[in-house]
Design a protein around this ligand. Structure first.
Ligand SMILES: [Zn+2]
Length: 90
């Protein structure tokens, strides 16, 4: 299976990010350190068949975020995400 067939959009990460950050994450903005572009989380590429979930930049393919869940613990790696911005839940 090639990488395009394994990729879904970043909305696939919304559930796990919402559990970690307790905010609505699909509209959160994320900045790529690789190319400098800023996109909503939902627009990035997510690979969910890895041992964790990997979000890659939809422009330059840099690994932005990695989330691994083991039991009730989450390990969250920032990768090449420069920043993540989201609004407080109303
Ligand atoms: Zn990029």
């Amino acid at each position: 299976m090639d990488s395009d067939a394994m990729r879904v959009d970043g909305n696939a990460m919304a559930g796990v990010l919402g559990e970690v950050f307790v905010q609505e994450m699909t509209a959160a903005q994320i900045a790529c350190e690789g190319c400098g572009k800023v996109e909503p989380v939902g627009a990035e590429h997510a690979y969910v068949q890895a041992p964790g979930i990997v979000m890659r930049c939809c422009h330059c393919d840099s690994a932005l975020l990695v989330v691994v869940q083991t039991g009730e613990t989450y390990r969250f790696g920032l990768g090449r995400a420069k920043w993540l911005e989201f609004a407080e839940r109303a």
